[in-house]
Design a protein around this ligand. Structure first.
Ligand SMILES: [Fe+2]
Length: 395
């Protein structure tokens, strides 16, 4: 028969197992950089216990500034996923930072009990800069959870520096839980580059599948909370689009739970305004990053819808380059006047010998694309020269 003391010890032991001892919070993954802009950067990380978190940052190692996330007047607390946007930064400037999470052991209405604080190593990032002369970025696509492929092609690209990484869809096969996102996206990207180089997650059709797909926005930072948006870096105006699924909304695969025709129509309205914007019209180069390339098709409704409704606007706006994936066949499609007036670079498949990394280097008058296969072989190049007198907005 248990004594009162023994029962109390068992209860306490149970509490310790559920909550962990004070100070036990651990950074599970990150920090990784998201949603870069000229004046802000979002830093994300995940802990294994509920915490209140902040970023310490500065131009030198003194890290004399601090940022946290608050909403509706409340500092984000009692979470394991941490998303802190540092604002008021200077374009093209290097900052050092580290992330800090203080465990919340108990959250009572009038008293919060804190544990210890876990702190990451110091890292650095550089803000985007419209006036930067040379910019470089890489694009990975259709990894389908093959970490070895992700690592191989990224390391091939890392022989030269780049400012940004696009994960152009289908990095995952479908999304079941947080651990899958950590194992196949966040952990390898953090290990390879994302502590210092931000990645832009362009959603692919496979990332709309699975019971956890609706939670993906919790793990990335989406400007204005949308998967479609635009931003600038150096001579490039980037337009990120989200084509949704490849089949009709009524396809039995989707069990009546998708609404992509309406979603694509909303993006078309947005794109109409976007191509009229000053940032779009005046950029030396306009680059669209989208997982599925628009394609007339009776079988594949999503790419067909994008071809019928978005492509005329790409032509009208004089898009310079489209970067896609999805087909699992790497290729460079040159422009076809009156159809797609812009070239489309399509990255490869997850399998060894078919995977690629796309690299783009641009100045105000030249944009060069190099597509490298996972064996290091260059399998495609494309170059666009801009004559300075030729206004990009001119017919
Ligand atoms: Fe796809």
């Amino acid at each position: 028969m248990q004594t009162r003391t023994a029962r109390a010890a068992i209860v306490l032991l149970g509490w310790a197992i559920l909550n962990g001892p004070a100070g036990a919070a651990r950074i599970v993954v990150g920090p990784y950089l998201q949603a870069p802009s000229e004046t802000s950067m979002t830093v994300m990380w995940i802990t294994d216990a509920n915490c209140v978190s902040w970023v310490e940052y500065g131009r030198d190692e003194s890290l004399d500034q601090k940022a946290h996330h608050s909403e509706h007047g409340l500092i984000a607390a009692n979470h394991t996923i941490h998303k802190v946007t540092i604002e008021g930064l200077v374009p093209g400037e290097k900052y050092r930072y580290r992330v800090c999470s203080r465990e919340i052991v108990a959250f009572k209405p009038y008293e919060v009990t804190y544990g210890d604080t876990v702190t990451s190593e110091m890292h650095s990032f550089t803000t985007l800069d419209d006036r930067k002369d040379n910019v470089s970025f890489i694009v990975l696509n259709d990894i389908h959870e093959q970490n070895e492929t992700l690592i191989t092609v990224t390391k091939l690209a890392q022989t030269r520096p780049f400012d940004l990484v696009f994960l152009n869809g289908d990095i995952l096969g479908h999304i079941e839980d947080q651990q899958q996102i950590i194992n196949h996206v966040l952990a390898p990207c953090t290990e390879l580059f994302a502590t210092r180089t931000p990645f832009v997650y362009t959603r692919g059709n496979h990332e709309t599948r699975g019971k956890f797909a609706r939670r993906l926005p919790d793990y990335v930072a989406l400007p204005d909370g949308r998967y479609y948006y635009s931003f600038d870096h150096g001579p490039i105006h980037f337009v990120v689009m989200d084509g949704g699924e490849d089949k009709r909304d009524t396809d039995k695969e989707y069990s009546g739970l998708v609404d992509f025709d309406r979603y694509r129509a909303v993006q078309r309205k947005w794109l109409e305004a976007e191509i009229q914007s000053q940032a779009f019209r005046e950029a030396p180069f306009r680059v669209v990053v989208v997982h599925m390339p628009p394609q007339p098709s009776e079988r594949w409704h999503g790419p067909d819808d994008m071809y019928q409704t978005w492509r005329p606007l790409y032509n009208e706006g004089k898009v310079d380059l489209m970067i896609s994936g999805h087909t699992h066949h790497y290729e460079i499609r040159p422009p076809v006047e009156g159809q797609c007036d812009y070239p489309t670079i399509i990255g490869g498949a997850p399998q060894k010998g078919a995977a690629t990394v796309i690299r783009v280097d641009a100045t105000a008058d030249h944009l060069g694309v190099t597509m490298m296969r996972d064996d290091g072989q260059v399998v495609g190049t494309y170059a666009i020269h801009r004559v300075k007198a030729d206004s990009p907005a001119a017919p």
